[in-house]
Design a protein around this ligand. Sequence first.
Ligand SMILES: [Zn+2]
Length: 111
Amino acid sequence: MKIISKGKMKPKNWSIRVECTGSGFRGDREACHSVLEAVGDDIVKLHYPVHRYGHSYHAYGIICPVCHSFTSISVKRIPGEIRAKSLMVAMKDDEIYKHLSDREKELSDLL
Ligand SMILES: [Zn+2]
């Protein structure tokens, strides 16, 4: 493929400003409303066990370093390369939890 004009946004240097609102998570934790700047490695994929239509799904977002709330970020705002390598987090009672890596379990336990 021929690149006509190279875009500025390289996933390596990608970052996003997010306010911790706790949106996209059904937990009962109060979000702290800190304003955060997340980089690619901060993006996690939260697995929800059962969707209301009967199947599981996931949401991308961040875990706040202050209050540990999950805040979802629209898929459109996260480059595909970053989504592809994001770590999975899940609730302990979720079937998928036992299949997570140690690092993913560590992150999941923050929720
Ligand atoms: Zn927070």
